[in-house]
Design a protein around this ligand. Structure first.
Ligand code: SAH
Length: 543
């Protein structure tokens, strides 16, 4: 179990130490609010014990061989008892593992981190605490409610609204809380809201004081309802606010009128379906989420590498002979280098004796040696750059025809050319190059195969405002996979004419077509459309 050594800008070795338990806060739900330290530890831990309320994708960075254990407690569902969690952490640490115990929010704020730390100390196990952003601070901030304010609140109290049911007497001093000169924030406060509010009012807190409930703070579908201390329980019940939710009481709640920001984001309240294959989807999904959209990932295709073929092996063996290498997708770029790696080679294999001068203005060849490398677009060029290759030719528009145009500057007659691409790609580029007298090797590095969408994702997609398509293969596969369950009411956004054609062939209508045929162009087109189209989720309620 060799811990990975990782080095940070501040120079330390931050890998998880073996035999140590890290009690780590994962923040309130938005994966962007996880700390750098938590991500480092997740990336290097041998074993991770995680709770229910951790952000989606929080464990994506874990090692492939890390052991992951769910030890969460869903309300009303039997779960791993607290004592057993402690025992398992101790056992894992004793066997020399580096252990991350990942909890929602902050481990010491209503997270039982204190108890777990005590149990570890009692058994002589070393631990470290990694704080996380607690819901009381995060959900409120996302709701536009400042927990303190110079004019309204000089103090804030974090209170549990749901105590240990075994306790005989309430530990909460309602008189003290009623007198508390500042904001009251209740965690776990929905179930007993009516009783707790009544206790506060009875103890002298003003029934007319502004109060809010923030549901699913920082997560997809965050919702804030506003009322007063006296009416909040009724509002929460009527609006069906459910856990996780935070109750906030105090004049600061009114500041939301001026400070609400989440609901102002351009794609707030819009549900957008992303149909790209998973590894590519993340960039688009992130951009859309950043604009406020709720994203449903419904990948219609999956990339299957085809590196174990005779054509690939022989192309890699002769990689030094090519005068020109054309790469037609980011996947192609990454897999080309994977294939080189499999052949015991790396980027140096591309440094050969050939050198071509390409027409002024079209090239950045300079004094580079080796083949001319052409990328179909900026994304592919970036993927090549990640492997140390600065593409010589990158057309502005990324369709095969533009690359063909740009290749006019390269002398290919009688030369060997490699086209690295997907199995089912169009033949525009090889045919053009052959027409100009090149000896072309077309090498399929991967194929795209249909992906079976999950029933949950299909359900989530039904109320989508938009379905985005970035290639014709996703259109064909998704419409086939969904059939009747294709979300009929959603507007269809296509990346460009070829994809639009596929949409129409599938019997659907294109509502929006991007002017620039790349991901940014698609997002711009969607944003423009969203300005004039109302959202369907209708979530901004209560105030
Ligand atoms: N350790 C966690 C709190 C765990 S107690 C932290 O520091 O945030 C669980 C309670 O926290 C929930 O019942 C709810 O009241 C609150 N909570 C956690 N995540 C929340 C979220 N995303 N939005 C609103 N409340 C949340």
């Amino acid at each position: 179990m060799a811990a990975q050594l990782r080095h940070t800008p501040w120079g330390g070795n931050v890998s998880a130490r073996s035999g140590v338990v890290y009690l780590v806060g994962a923040g309130p739900g938005d994966s962007g609010l996880m700390t750098a330290r938590s991500l480092e530890l997740i990336a290097s831990a041998d074993a991770i014990y995680y709770d229910r309320l951790i952000p989606p994708g929080a464990l994506d960075g874990a090692r492939d061989d890390a052991e992951l254990f769910y030890v969460g407690k869903a309300p009303g569902v039997s779960s791993v008892p607290q004592a057993e969690i402690g025992e398992r952490l101790i056992e894992a640490a004793r066997s020399g593992k580096s252990v991350v115990r990942l909890k929602g929010g902050d481990p010491f704020v209503f997270g039982r981190g204190g108890e777990e730390g005590e149990a570890l100390r009692a058994d002589g196990i070393e631990f470290e605490i990694v704080p996380g952003i607690t819901a009381g601070v995060a959900a409120t901030a996302y709701a536009g409610i400042p927990v303190t304010h110079r004019d309204d609140a000089s103090a804030v109290a974090f209170i549990t609204g749901h105590e240990d049911p075994d306790k005989e007497e309430s530990a909460l001093d309602w008189e003290a809380l009623a007198r508390f000169p500042g904001t009251l924030v209740f965690y776990m406060g929905v179930k007993r809201l009516a009783a707790n509010a009544a206790s506060l009012i009875e103890a002298g807190r003003e029934a007319g004081e502004p109060a809010a409930a923030v549901e699913r703070g920082t997560m997809d579908g965050q919702r804030t309802v506003i009322a007063t201390l006296g009416t909040l329980a009724e509002t929460v019940e009527r609006e069906n606010v459910s856990a996780p939710a935070l109750i906030v009481i105090g004049p600061v709640v009114q500041r939301r009128e001026a400070l609400a920001w989440l609901e102002r984001r351009p794609l707030n309240d819009r549900r957008v379906v992303v149909t790209r294959a998973r590894p590519q989807a993340s960039g688009l999904a992130k951009t859309l989420r950043g604009l406020g959209a709720e994203v449903v990932e419904l990948p219609a295709i999956r990339i299957e590498p085809l590196l174990d073929s005779e054509t690939v092996r022989s192309a890699i063996e002769r990689i030094g002979e090519y005068a020109l290498i054309c790469v037609t997708s980011p996947n192609g770029a990454h897999l080309l280098f994977e294939a080189l790696g499999a052949g015991g080679l790396d980027a140096r294999a591309l440094a050969g004796p050939q050198k071509q001068q390409i027409e002024e203005g079209r090239s950045n060849v300079g004094t580079k040696t080796g083949p001319v490398v052409a990328a179909i677009g900026p994304g592919t060029a970036r993927a090549l750059a990640a492997h140390g290759i600065a593409a010589d030719i990158v057309p502005e528009r990324f369709v095969a025809e533009s690359l063909v145009e740009a290749l006019a500057a390269v002398d290919v007659a009688g030369k060997k050319v490699l086209v690295a691409r997907a199995a089912e790609a169009r033949d525009v580029i090889p045919e053009h190059l052959e027409g100009r007298g090149a000896e072309v090797d077309v090498v399929a590095l991967y194929e795209t195969v249909p992906e079976e969408p999950s029933p949950e994702a299909i359900d989530d997609a039904q109320r989508a405002d938009y379905v985005t398509f970035t290639s014709s293969s996703t259109v064909r596969n998704l419409t086939k996979a969904l059939g009747e369950r294709f979300p009929g009411g959603a507007r269809i956004v296509s990346i460009g004419p070829v994809t639009s054609e596929a949409v129409r062939n599938a019997g659907l209508e294109v509502d929006v077509e991007a002017e620039r045929h790349d991901i940014d162009g698609l997002v711009d087109a969607l944003l423009l459309d969203a300005k004039s189209e109302p959202g369907r989720l209708g979530r901004s309620i209560g105030d």
